[in-house]
Write a new protein. Structure first.
Length: 130
């Protein structure tokens, strides 16, 4: 969705080339890292946890970078059109998802990554007494 920034610039949204580049590179890096984390976690690889932690760090760095450009550039007019939806909805959702990811990494840090079927093939709560 951040690639829409190029269209928003053509439609008159004032943002510098440096800020645009930082937004695009940061978000594409985050998307790439998150895809790698999802694939590794689906494969139940321990490396998926490390990549998930890397995603947390990259997202925090991206947020600090965006905040830096927001402070040094002159004030902008409000976002309009489709850019408003991206700016108002997807931006805050990144923060919400960041906290959810951190929460899951902390709460589930002691869970094994092995195949759940191998842990207990006949769990007690699923057996029926005939």
């Amino acid at each position: 969705m951040v690639l829409y920034i190029f269209t928003a610039r053509r439609e008159g949204y004032p943002i510098s080339d440096a800020a645009t580049l930082e937004l695009v590179i940061g978000d594409l890096a985050g998307a790439t890292i998150s895809l790698a984390a999802i694939i590794l976690l689906r494969l139940r690889a321990r490396l998926g946890l490390a990549v998930s932690r890397l995603l947390v760090l990259e997202t925090i760095a991206d947020l600090f970078g965006a905040n830096y450009y927001r402070r040094i550039e002159p004030p902008r007019a409000d976002a309009t059109g489709a850019w408003w939806f991206v700016y108002v909805f997807f931006g805050p959702m990144i923060l919400v998802n960041l906290f959810l990811l951190i929460w899951q990494l902390v709460v589930r840090r002691h869970e094994p990554l092995g195949n759940p079927r191998q842990r207990d093939p006949n769990p007690a709560h699923l057996t029926t007494n005939a």
